[in-house]
Design a protein around this ligand. Structure first.
Ligand code: IMP
Length: 200
């Protein structure tokens, strides 16, 4: 394998890109977002699994630019809702739904469910694809509880509702420094970091 010096992050989500950049910043890899390379095409996301969706996100970018790309698909799985919204987390509140719409819908769906039954997890699947077709994948999960009302202003998506019992705070209250140590994305990226350490 050749030395990896450049990597495209195949995501349009600026929050995810920030998290990924921060976690990978001590590697001497130049990281480009889709905005940096002026790629505006929306992603196809009609896979049946997080892996298939993540692969779709990277494939079109790798095919077009001929460079390695890292993509991810993630979601929130709520036990009382049989794993929903899961892969549909981004559009749970409907097509074009905002984070606020999604959070409102989630709170409504959990009305009457007591605290100890509001268990949930974030799940993240990362995919690294090389132009010659080698593909690597890693997963991460992070367990939490869905609160009764939003708390905190950091992070994105469902973070104001995602409560970490060991910290007694939501991700939106905890902030990025801690989130980037324990989140689903951080766990998957820790495995990617190990891969890069052996790869260099
Ligand atoms: P997708 O991977 O682009 O389909 O979007 C994943 C969706 O899952 C996001 O839009 C959020 O709604 C939710 N999600 C994934 N990771 C996080 C996170 O770290 N914080 C909050 N919400 C998240």
């Amino acid at each position: 394998m050749n030395y990896l010096s450049r990597l495209i992050i195949a995501s349009h989500n600026s929050h995810k890109i920030d998290e990924m950049r921060k976690i990978l910043m001590d590697f001497s890899i130049q990281i480009f977002s889709l905005k940096d390379i002026n790629w505006k095409n929306p992603h196809l996301e009609n896979g049946r699994t997080y892996y298939e969706n993540a692969l779709q996100k990277v494939r079109s970018v790798v095919d077009h630019f001929g460079e390695p790309a890292l993509g991810e698909d993630s979601g929130l799985e709520v036990d009382a809702l049989e794993g929903k919204p899961g892969m549909y987390s981004a559009r749970y509140g409907g097509c074009g739904a905002s984070d606020k719409d999604n959070n409102c819908k989630l709170l409504k769906a959990l009305q009457g469910i007591p605290f100890d039954k509001r268990t949930a997890r974030y799940r993240c699947t990362l995919v690294l694809l090389f132009p010659k077709g080698e593909v690597y994948t890693w997963e991460g999960t992070c367990e939490g509880i869905i609160t009764f009302e939003p708390k905190g202003f950091e992070g994105f998506g469902y973070d104001p509702l995602f409560f970490l019992p060991e910290y007694k705070k939501t991700f939106a209250e905890l902030g990025l420094e801690i989130k980037n140590k324990i989140s689903h994305r951080a766990q998957a990226l820790a495995k990617l970091r190990e891969f890069f350490q052996n790869y260099h």
